[in-house]
Design a protein around this ligand. Structure first.
Ligand code: CP3
Length: 348
């Protein structure tokens, strides 16, 4: 397919391979979302899960973000928690409280009772949304597929929703390491099958969101999570480049790098140059503007963007992004400004 080879030469894909690009590629985590008026309009008519499950609407929102922002990659509109549905944990999104899992996993028995991994037909709507998005995007920009990393997925499945201290998650980990590892193997298998199908549907790269993995000590990360990341990323090698993102990971970047992901995503709590030295220059880095800076003003956005670009020092393999998702209060005009600024300041 002609468009595939054009996408291979896009700044985003070249950057994932740490090749020199004509400018630093940029995309924004949660680039399609509530900060956009058009998104809120669609959401006033359909619920969040319904939006995810309606491929033409999900594709519309995915492509809209690219057209409005001028970013270098699309990311499919979906959610990391969708694969919990075929596990029959009963996922819903409640207004104000965020995601709720009605039947959380609490014991080794619960882990054993999980249904077998099926071929994920029940998530076909995601793959269809990817096909529609890729068709609409053509050769303009590549599309990123994504999934939750096993730890972050497990934390929702076990806690039943968002958590501050991860009492139940760490409780299961320490009380029953066998059950924990069994659950991680299960979630890794599902995540691999899910991402493979996304790649087959047209995703050029994938991001693993391990948003809450920074809640672990580095030694617990090494013991309870890293072996599963090495396995999962190893299986994805050769299928598509992998970005591995987490927050509050300043104390474990060397270990995350040992997962063999192509690019490590970092939040704003680290300085990009020091983080990259820890990760190692044989990998790329993604990040890391504080999303709150986008609520300030253009002068401040420029100041902080320049600092990050200085720290990246023009080294191939830096993908510009926020350190976490864009917040609903963000003026869309500031997001557009950031994208233009990164392009303009990095012309080579
Ligand atoms: O980046 C993108 O534009 C793609 C879309 C995307 C969404 N969720 C859409 C969404 C992505 C990549 C995600 C990932 C995701 N989902 C993560 C990892 C990234 C992160 O932010 O740490 C997590 C932890 C989730 C779980 C989840 N889904 C939460 C915590 C929430 C927020 C609940 C709330 O009310 O704020 C969601 C809902 C969600 N996912 C929304 C969007 C646009 C908001 C839903 C709405 O329209 O009300």
């Amino acid at each position: 397919m002609a468009s595939t080879s054009i996408l291979e030469d896009s700044p985003f894909i070249k950057c994932l391979k740490r090749e020199t690009t004509t400018y630093t590629p940029v995309w924004i985590m949660r680039q399609a979302g509530r900060y956009m008026r058009e998104y809120r309009e669609i959401r006033s008519r359909v619920g969040f899960l319904e939006l995810c499950k309606t491929p033409d609407l999900a594709a519309e929102v995915t492509v809209m973000a690219v057209e409005q922002l001028g970013v270098d990659a699309a990311i499919i509109f979906a959610d990391i928690l969708l694969p919990l549905e075929p596990l029959q944990l009963q996922l819903r999104f409640s207004k104000g409280d965020g995601p709720v899992i009605e039947k959380p996993i609490r014991t080794g028995k619960d882990v054993d009772a999980l249904p077998p991994v099926e071929p994920l037909e029940s998530l076909d709507f995601v793959f269809e949304a990817i096909r529609l998005s890729c068709r609409a995007l053509g050769s303009r920009v590549p599309l990123i597929g994504f999934a939750g990393a096993p730890f972050t997925l497990a934390s929702y499945a076990i806690e039943g929703g968002a958590s501050k201290n991860y009492e139940q998650t760490k409780g299961l980990m320490y009380a029953d390491a066998d059950a924990w590892h069994k659950l991680m193997v299960k979630l890794s298998d599902i995540t691999f099958a899910y991402l493979k199908a996304q790649i087959q549907a047209g995703a050029s790269a994938v991001q693993l969101f391990d948003s809450w993995v920074g809640a672990l000590s580095p030694l617990d990360y090494e013991r309870f999570v890293l072996p599963h990341m090495i396995d999962l990323i190893g299986r994805l090698k050769g299928q598509a480049p992998v970005i591995y993102f987490g927050t509050m990971t300043g104390g474990m970047l060397d270990l995350m790098s040992a997962s063999n992901a192509d690019v490590i995503g970092v939040d704003w709590r680290v300085q990009l140059d020091k983080a990259w030295a820890q990760i190692g220059y044989e990998r790329g880095i993604q990040g890391n503007l504080d999303p709150l800076v986008l609520l300030s003003n253009k002068a401040e956005i420029e100041r902080q963007t320049r600092i990050i670009l200085d720290k990246a020092a023009g080294r191939p393999g830096h993908i510009f992004n926020l350190g976490h998702g864009v917040l609903p209060e963000t003026p869309p005009e500031h997001v557009r400004y950031l994208v233009q600024l990164v392009h303009q300041l990095t012309q080579r």
